[in-house]
Design a binder for this molecule. Structure first.
Ligand code: PAZ
Length: 311
């Protein structure tokens, strides 16, 4: 595996990187003025590893963005300012509640002689109003910033820029790293410029993506409360792998989940404790989302961490 420094040296930043860096900086400079304002970076969705420079084909990582987008809403509810770093076209806070078609079906056109107007159908007001109210409140108080990525290298550039902007918050910054990040990539120099032709048998040599939690925790935001996620498919590995990650990177918490059961079971793992959050079928049917108790517990632990600093 190459070092993280080599990775940045050999991958150009995304084209809109400077604009996004400015947005991150301005958002953080605005919120740091209020010393009671906590801030969270939520990462969400999967990254792609392109196989060609002019990318037609790529290796993708599994994630719909449900965990990240719903968690972002609950962090807003807990009064955090939220940077939502998400995969383009994955689920986003608020709009995640309906597809584009469902949204259009909630509207109707009314014509009078002069104008056409668009109204919300009376039977859709109850659905749309609470979501729209929360969205507008977040926008008007400037507490939600959306930044998007597609490839693993875009993600790593934006993650580092977000950490640079968050560093001055010190312990008030929370990082909630729910994105599913590629473990492998094709180095730029080994990648063909054009689409790989279907007649040829492609020889693809993958390299390991450097483990970015290491510089993130030790150097970029050394005082922040960092929470990572661990996805496994074999339950017998879940806790051991989570502890291994905590030992290696020295962050505060791993939220462990199994692919098939991730909607109703997670385990919050620290070096010495593990606490399960479980949802019953009844709770799930009543519309409760597991991200609500997860975020509430993470906020509680962040508060305890902040209180500890004052003693
Ligand atoms: O986005 P989603 O709700 O479909 O899935 C969430 C998840 C499983 C990607 C997330 O909970 C997670 O575990 N992220 C880290 C994945 C990893 O270990 O790389």
């Amino acid at each position: 595996m190459g070092s993280w420094e080599d990775f940045y040296a050999s991958h150009l930043p995304p084209t809109d990187f400077e604009d996004n860096r400015q947005l991150l900086k301005q958002f953080c400079e605005h919120h740091i003025k209020d010393e009671n304002q906590n801030i969270v970076l939520v990462t969400s969705g999967g990254t792609i590893a392109p196989l060609e420079h002019n990318t037609v084909r790529f290796v993708d990582n599994f994630s719909a963005g449900s965990r990240g987008s719903s968690s972002a809403e609950y962090f807003l509810q807990n009064n955090y300012a939220v940077i939502f770093l998400f995969r383009t076209k994955s689920l986003e806070p608020f709009t995640r509640h309906f597809s584009g078609q469902q949204f259009l079906d909630m509207l109707e056109i009314s014509d009078n002689n002069e104008n056409s107007n668009i109204n919300v159908r009376p039977d859709s007001v109850d659905v749309l109003l609470p979501i729209l109210t929360k969205y507008k409140t977040a926008q008007e108080s400037n507490r939600l910033l959306y930044i998007n990525f597609t490839s693993v290298s875009d993600y790593l550039w934006l993650l580092r820029a977000a950490c640079e902007a968050l560093a001055p918050f010190e312990r008030r910054a929370l990082l909630y790293l729910a994105a599913a990040v590629s473990d492998f990539y094709v180095p730029q120099d080994d990648m063909p410029k054009h689409k790989i032709q279907s007649g040829a048998t492609p020889k693809i040599s993958l390299q390991l993506v450097p483990k970015i939690l290491k510089p993130l925790v030790s150097t970029w935001v050394p005082n922040a409360f960092v929470v990572s996620f661990k996805l496994e498919t074999d339950d017998s590995l879940l806790i051991a792998k989570s502890r291994e990650s905590l030992m290696k990177y020295n962050h505060k918490l791993v939220i462990a989940n199994i692919l098939q059961t991730r909607r109703h079971r997670v385990v919050l793992v620290t070096p010495t404790t593990s606490e399960e959050i479980l949802m019953t079928k009844e709770q799930a049917h009543s519309g409760l989302e597991i991200e609500e108790p997860i975020v509430s517990e993470v906020c509680k632990r962040h508060e305890e961490f902040l209180a500890g600093a004052e003693q």
